[in-house]
Design a protein around this ligand. Sequence first.
Ligand code: ADP
Length: 426
Amino acid sequence: MSTLKMGLKLGCIADDSTGATDLANNLVRSGMRVVQTIGVPAGPLAADVDAVVVALKSRTNPAAEAIAQSLEALKWLQAQGAEQIYFKYCSTFDSTPEGNIGPVTEALMDALGTDFTIATPAFPDNGRTVFKGYLFAGNVLLNESGMQNHPLTPMIDANLVRVMQAQTKRKVGLIDYKTVALGEGDIRERIATLRAEGVGVAVVDATSNDDLHLLGPALKGMPLITAGSGVAIALPANFGLQPSLQASQLPAASGLQAVVSGSCSVATNAQVAHFKSTGRPAMAINPAGLMNGQSDAVVQQVLAWASPLLKDGPVLVYSTAEPDAVKAVQAQLGVAEAGALVEHALGSVARGLVDLGVQQLVVAGGETSGACVQALGIAQLQIGPQIDPGVPWCHAPSAHGGVHIALKSGNFGTEDFFSKAFTVLA
Ligand code: ADP
């Protein structure tokens, strides 16, 4: 009797964790069943899925480190049978003249033994478009969008052919909007011409989702794709997959509900206020109270407060505060120390809540999410239905017998997000 082994269709390497979720979300919405892993897993993949997104933290590391991490991820994805590799970076092409987009692309090409790939951060749904090789963020060129002042990866040139050429030894070319508009045949012809000219990486124009759908079929069989999350919307079709409810299906949700919020963004402040206005119980954590080894005691107080309330519906534990309060705490403790103290405490709260029976958990804040995922020992997340753009429900199978978790980065989500999330899951 022969057994059919389900291989992985798409293996993705993302250079940061919220970017990984963004990509996973796009793939799920286009019909793929997706698992996101936190770093490179130690063992084989447990779930039967179409795509895996390995979330790294390699965007601003020294290039050699980013390459090493990415190659480790590639090796693991190949061991899971991945048919095609997708290197995901930011839709604002966040990088320095030293990398890491160019060096990682080159290393992945070498390891895969391929002489050609594309590069496009286009994500029209999010206002990121590429025209004649120039990247626009909204209505302005990348270098006028505020990204020219980014503290770590200032983007002072919107011409992606130039930006990419500065980062790679391979020749960089362009597949422009006129070629893209003609569809698969002409795009493939252009690729053949570029290859004959010795071009190894081609920036691709795309100003709409239609462009991405015209590009998609021409990428079938390409060993490596490098892109933002936009290109992903057209790839599942190459594997015969269509958008379906099954792709985002998670195990049925059960257990108690809670929200842990460490984001101090404008959106999160409004979400905390909204949740409190619905009359649901909410407990604030004051960072100053965590000093001098008091953190564990505060966490125990919070859990003792939450314990009898949880049976009646979701509770909120938050350190979310307005800018003035945050500045005052930072002046007292130092920016990094305040952040670390709060993250550690909220991670412990999340862990304690799960121990109390919480199996539906919303976490607000990028760094806060990282701390909670770590405290819960979560290594893999199955991606489920979208709550708001960029924020899906996820399911962590092995952590404490299964937890549904939503990781909301700072400015995402509508005002009623903390209540709405549980309705979406139900
Ligand atoms: P966002 O996604 O909004 O950026 P993050 O969780 O990534 O949210 O970052 C918020 C940071 O602020 C975290 O390091 C968190 O620990 C810290 N923090 C949260 N509450 C406070 C507070 N009241 N005072 C000072 N720092 C805080």
